[in-house]
Write a new protein. Structure first.
Length: 318
């Protein structure tokens, strides 16, 4: 792909030689046919030594000694450019004879089901969606268009996915929330009938879990990205374009605010953790006494405390 084609696809200008670009790399590792980027000024000195064929950079970083794609947002545009060279995983098409599809399920002819996929009664698999080996889709589920479910993803009964949803290996959506009612005879299980609803353009990382709501859905809003090993408890509502970082947990009935600006999403709700244990009370820094959900403030980080050392108020939310 020529540099001029990349610049045109990104809607940016380029300067320097129009050369063939075959891959992408960091400034330190790039070669003459690689596209690289400079977003953080602290790496500016590497422009003098990099062998990159071209660099995506801000106008003030442009020099006369190499080719550049000029961008006010080099990190974003480089991420877009990487898509030109990324190879999607997978090799099959159609429905494998080793997939088990209930006669009442509907699978679009353009969808791909790998061996050992199970699709339960009355479930719907949308156009061009890909289900890798070992995916389980329970009864009455809906999978939208252009979704990708990696190996061993489980969608329990009633789970709904919008369009262009990506779920990585081993994630479980719609498992029972942790709901129990105390009684004189012991703890009684509270049936979790609220299901999970995932809206368009959501990505959920490997090993993450999203529990079914108790009597209303647990909902993940448009464009939200969830990292690996995240636990979202029952009745949670995660807004649009939120980011949930690895090993975080969101307590039941929490509500995370949406991004306030569609075009930029610079005001996302951000939940992050260190390697320590995290708990988001429901979800303010002091547990509510009335059981009502509280909205998280935008641009928030959860500050964690080591497991076993949490005080009575839980971690702070700033």
């Amino acid at each position: 792909m020529r540099l001029s084609q990349i610049a045109q696809a990104l809607g940016r200008e380029f300067v320097g030689d129009d050369k063939e670009i075959t891959s992408v790399a960091t400034l330190a590792e790039a070669g003459p046919e690689d596209l690289s980027f400079l977003a953080n000024p602290k790496y500016a000195a590497q422009l003098a030594t990099t062998r990159a064929g071209a660099v995506v950079a801000r106008p003030e970083m442009v020099t006369q000694v190499r080719s550049f794609v000029i961008s006010p947002e080099p990190y974003l545009d480089f991420a877009r450019a990487v898509n030109f060279f990324a190879r999607p995983q997978g090799w099959a098409s159609g429905v494998s004879p080793l997939a088990q599809v209930d006669p009442t399920a509907q699978v679009d002819p353009s969808a791909t089901l790998y061996p050992f996929v199970v699709v339960g009664p009355r479930s719907v698999i949308g156009p061009r969606s890909v289900l890798f080996p070992g995916v389980y889709v329970g009864e009455d589920c809906q999978v939208g268009a252009d979704c990708r479910l990696a190996p061993h993803v489980s969608l329990m009964a009633g789970t709904v996915l919008g369009d262009r949803v990506i779920i990585h290996a081993g994630a479980v959506l719609g498992s029972d929330g942790f709901g129990f009612a105390p009684s004189a005879a012991g703890v009684v299980k509270f049936p979790q009938i609220g299901r999970v609803v995932v809206e368009d353009d959501v990505e959920i990382g490997a090993g993450s879990t999203v529990d079914a709501g108790t009597i209303r859905p647990t909902r993940i809003g448009d464009g939200t990205k969830i990292d690996n090993l995240v636990m979202v408890a029952h009745n949670v509502v995660v807004g649009r374009h939120c980011l949930l970082c690895g090993q975080s947990g969101v307590a039941g009935s929490s509500v995370a605010a949406s991004c306030s600006n569609n075009s930029r999403c610079s005001d996302v709700s951000l939940l992050g953790v260190t390697t320590w244990m995290v708990t988001i009370w429901s979800p303010r820094s002091v547990p509510p006494t009335d059981g009502a959900p509280r909205p998280l403030r935008r641009n928030c980080w959860v500050l964690c405390v080591p497991s076993g050392r949490r005080n009575a108020t839980g971690p702070s939310i700033v």
